[in-house]
Design a binder for this molecule. Structure first.
Ligand code: AMP
Ligand code: GLY
Length: 428
């Protein structure tokens, strides 16, 4: 029997998850809350805001699900997870994809996550946790090198400032703790040793006890080519990456994934959902930069392009604790996902610009465009966010995939559009 599914969120992650779920014979009607200009072509967009979890939202979702026979709810973004939406929507017979708040804390409270990593001896960057400005300044003044300054709470992927000098770190701490650029998310700050190396995203499905590691991906966080400029939510990703050797995979499983799931269990968090380790591959081995507790965006766009299994089955197995019975096949080709962003992103940007060229790109083989910050207005698609579109291309080699994705980006126009042509360059 096909099952109706509600996906919460409005980004490229939610568009690609809907696209993949829809390929399953077990997927009935799809609903997105609120969705975007792309999800509207897969199902129905609902006027809801899942970012702020309160009784009104929970009632709205429950009412909608009851009247539309929705049996499965997929929670895409971190904010509702951290606020306990999965806990509040849980009921017998309903499948929720996404961890409860106790597990989502791993992403939402970086200071707590750092302490958990230390206690479980998980390799991670050295760090000092401070909860007031004076203490932060005093610590930075003892340092001679670069530092990474992180707001402990959720800040839409913008709460991390990589500083090359102590002077920059002082500015960053002032921005977070005095100017309160990220509000309460900056009440605690992590002052972290700056690590060098390649970054690797390892995403695993966890069903409470089984850990199912997905194919490795590499994200490109900086806004401009050659990894210059400010941090963003991610400007592009590709998969697979040759960075993950068999040895490294078993080190990451043994030293990172297994101990973190065990540590969460000791804390009474029965983690079910996506566990995402952002790692730096340093000369001294892999070290955790952060954990996320949901699919990475844009990593998941590239991963879903290669996934050959039935995503409905996979999500049910994750929620029901039967991942040990799942096997997943992957397209052996590479996928390169390039993010087209609004002019000014990750800083302030304009919205409402007309997007041209989508129909032409839709005719190309091996290419798929997922919408992130877009909205439909009549027959037109307009920009509606910082990261606007995710252009995914498949290729026999990474270079081919990148070339095809870039060529497709060149066919799409909107005012101020910018993207990186070098996604994957660090291994090419
Ligand atoms: P996070 O959200 O903690 O993953 O940080 C976002 C990005 O900041 C990472 O993907 C890295 O590019 C960078 N970053 C975070 N922590 C460090 C660190 N300790 N050393 C160097 N770069 C870092
Ligand atoms: N691409 C990084 C993230 O989703 O946080």
């Amino acid at each position: 029997m096909a099952m109706n599914i509600l996906i919460l969120g409005s980004g490229g992650r939610e568009h690609v998850l809907g696209w993949k779920l829809k390929q399953s014979p077990k997927c009935g009607k799809l609903f997105f809350a609120p969705g975007n200009g792309g999800t509207a072509s897969l199902g129905t967009n609902l006027d809801m805001n899942p970012e702020v979890v309160n009784t009104k939202l929970v009632d709205e979702i429950n009412y909608f699900c009851r009247h539309n026979d929705v049996e499965m709810i997929v929670i895409g973004p971190e904010d509702p997870l951290a606020q306990g939406l999965a806990d509040r929507l849980a009921k017998p017979g309903r499948i929720i994809f996404g961890p409860e708040a106790a597990g989502a804390r791993l992403e939402a409270d970086k200071a707590w996550a750092k302490q958990l990593m230390r206690a479980a001896a998980i390799p991670t960057a050295e760090a000092k946790i401070v909860d007031n400005y004076e203490a932060a300044v005093a610590y930075i003044e003892t340092r001679e090198h670069g530092l990474v300054v992180k707001a402990s709470g959720l800040a839409k992927g913008k709460g991390v400032i990589v500083c090359d000098t102590p002077a920059q770190a002082l500015d960053a701490v002032k921005l977070i703790m005095v100017d309160r650029a990220f509000g309460d998310a900056g009440n605690q700050v992590i002052l972290e040793e700056k690590l060098n190396g390649q970054e690797l995203s390892i995403l695993a499905l966890v069903d409470g006890h089984n850990i199912f590691v997905l194919e490795p991906a590499q994200d490109h966080k900086q806004a401009y080519e050659a990894d210059k400029g400010p941090n963003t939510g991610g400007m592009g990703a590709y998969t697979p990456t040759p960075l993950l050797t068999e040895d490294l995979r078993s080190i990451i499983e043994r030293q990172v994934l297994v101990p973190v799931v065990d540590a969460l269990k000791r804390d009474n968090a029965n983690f079910k959902g996506v566990l995402y380790a952002g790692l730096m591959l340093t000369p001294g081995g892999p070290k955790v930069l952060e954990f996320n507790t949901r699919f990475g965006d844009p990593e998941v766009q590239a991963l879903m392009m290669r996934l050959k299994g039935d995503l409905v089955d996979i999500m049910i197995a994750t929620a029901q604790g039967t991942l040990d019975k799942v096997s997943i096949d992957w397209d052996k080709r590479y996928c390169c996902c390039v993010v087209m962003a609004s002019g000014g992103y990750p800083g302030p940007y304009e919205k409402g610009h007309l997007i041209l060229g989508l129909d032409e790109v839709a005719k190309l083989p091996d290419i798929k465009v997922f919408h992130a910050g877009t909205k439909q207005s009549g027959k037109e698609i307009l920009t509606n966010g910082g990261r606007v579109l995710n252009i995914c291309a498949m290729g026999k080699t990474l270079a081919q995939a990148q070339e095809k994705a870039n060529a497709a980006c060149d066919m799409i126009q909107f005012k101020g559009a910018h993207f990186r042509r070098d996604i994957g360059y660090r291994v090419m």
